[in-house]
Design a protein around this ligand. Structure first.
Ligand SMILES: Cc1cc2nc3c(=O)[nH]c(=O)nc-3n(C[C@H](O)[C@H](O)[C@H](O)COP(=O)(O)OP(=O)(O)OC[C@H]3O[C@@H](n4cnc5c(N)ncnc54)[C@H](O)[C@@H]3O)c2cc1C
Length: 428
């Protein structure tokens, strides 16, 4: 019998396991995949270590940066693109990044109007819920429809929002945009910076290994959990292979969109089940394209495009480059279909030949069922507090339920730290 079973070995799960083990508890970490890291995954491709999942970090993300410091790791900054382009209808316009950001900022500032009142402390998103409630009811598309924008301002804002939401704007909740903005010091420039400029020199794997290795506990990979049942004051966790594992406490740190695949006995509260059934709205793609063409850093956005945000990630010594594209719907992409990737590339950055492409389909993946958390309308008014409320010996955790940087690595670490505090306060 263990003191704690942690289900899920992403950043949240390994942080929770480390915290509990450092406090002297016996911990068993159960991970469904054959690797730790969950929605982060550093892997080799075309001569580079790429991040199929989360990759960017920032010093405004306090839990991540504290762990980077603790592990003695370093970060790298990417440079500005040489060419920036945006689309208004089928017309491609080019300019400096400052010019495009000025266009984006006009719509952005209208979108987030009132955010200082509705999110006065973005690490406590329901602090002024009566103020946030109106925006929390809206999808991103409904909020854009309220704004006074000409075609160019609307197209640029729409493309920015599609890449941020990583899901359809008529489904994703508008409050997530305000949250990201508030967490980034209430600035669009910093919102872009926090989400796409700073990477870990040794990749997310380096940080993950540092946290996971920060204490002694047992880890079992390729061990999906089927059920978490209360037994007396404790729990019994059943793996899909039928093994029964008793513990005093369970921290279930799996993605929101996969929680429905785990049976809880007794059933979780009605409201939690409703929140789980609702899930979060991301269904996008992060695609890597190795391309031949002018060896200068490119950046382009185009609303409705399968990878409507495209940026040069590496320029190779042979003049080719690796681009990263973000699109709002994984179903519109197939990285194995190079002619299709080429056609899409021509429609956003003409003049480049796609040599190879790669992506992980996080939407189809049974252990993620989506990418970074973008909550649906009503999340903060109705579900947020309840999802975080422990039920007896069971706590749900993970970035998707975090207070601050939910949807980021930082939120996962924060959630793991909170799980550690909960165990300290209530655990065996
Ligand atoms: C494409 C993409 C790009 C992103 N970009 C960024 C970025 O640049 N910066 C950033 O900070 N964040 C980014 N994110 C978000 C970030 O990666 C996640 O928010 C964070 O890693 C989630 O951590 P987590 O531990 O909460 O969940 P996860 O990492 O999803 O970990 C949950 C774990 O639970 C396991 N699991 C699921 N079901 C079961 C089960 N039944 N039994 C046992 N195990 C189970 C999963 O396999 C997984 O390992 C990105 C995510 C994606 C997908």
């Amino acid at each position: 019998m263990h003191d704690v079973v942690v289900v899920g070995g992403g950043f949240a799960g390994v942080t929770a396991a480390r915290e509990a083990a450092r406090d002297g508890r016996s911990v068993l970490l159960l991970e469904g995949r054959d690797r730790l890291g969950g929605r982060t995954w550093t892997a080799p491709w075309n001569g580079h270590q790429i991040e199929y999942g989360g990759g960017w970090v920032h010093w405004h993300q306090p839990h991540t940066f504290s762990e980077i410091t603790r592990a003695g790791l370093t970060v790298e900054l990417s440079g500005d693109p040489d060419v920036t382009a945006w689309y208004v209808g089928a017309e491609r316009r080019t300019g400096t990044i400052a010019e495009r950001d000025a266009i984006a900022n006009r719509g952005w500032l209208q979108f987030v109007d009132g955010v200082e009142r509705s999110l006065p402390n973005p690490h406590d998103p329901t602090l002024a819920i009566d103020q946030l409630a109106r925006i929390d009811r809206l999808t991103i598309a409904q909020r854009v429809d309220e704004l006074d924008l000409d075609d160019e301002h609307r197209a640029v804002l729409w493309a920015e929002l599609e890449s941020l939401a990583h899901g359809p704007l008529d489904v994703a909740g508008a409050a997530s945009v305000l949250r990201w903005h508030a967490l980034s010091g209430y600035s669009l420039a910093l919102t872009q910076y926090t989400g796409g400029r700073v990477t870990l020199t040794r990749g997310t794997r380096g940080l993950l290994e540092a946290i996971a290795g920060g204490a002694q506990y047992e880890t079992r990979l390729s061990t999906p959990v089927a059920a978490v049942r209360r037994r007396g004051d404790g729990v019994e966790v059943e793996t899909r292979a039928g093994e029964l594992l008793p513990a005093a406490r369970a921290v279930v740190a799996v993605p929101l969109n996969t929680l429905g695949a785990i049976e809880f006995e007794p059933a979780l509260s009605e409201l939690k089940l409703e929140g789980i059934a609702l899930g979060q709205a991301s269904r996008g793609i992060k695609i890597f394209i190795h391309a031949d063409g002018e060896p200068i850093c490119q950046n382009a956005i185009r609303p409705g495009h399968p990878f409507g945000y495209l940026d040069t990630e590496f320029v190779n010594d042979d003049g080719t480059q690796v681009m990263i594209g973000f699109g709002y719907d994984a179903a519109l992409n197939d990285a194995t279909d190079l002619p299709r990737v080429q056609g899409d590339l021509d429609r956003i950055i003409p003049g480049y030949r796609a040599l190879d492409a790669s992506a992980h389909d996080w939407l189809a993946d049974e252990f993620s069922r989506g990418t970074w958390a973008i909550h649906r309308p009503g999340w903060y008014s109705r579900y947020y507090d309840e999802m975080r409320r422990p039920e007896g010996p069971v706590l749900l955790a993970g970035s998707d339920l975090a207070a601050g940087w939910s949807g980021f690595i930082d939120g996962a670490i924060e959630s793991g730290l909170r799980a550690g505090a909960w165990l300290r306060q209530t655990g065996p």
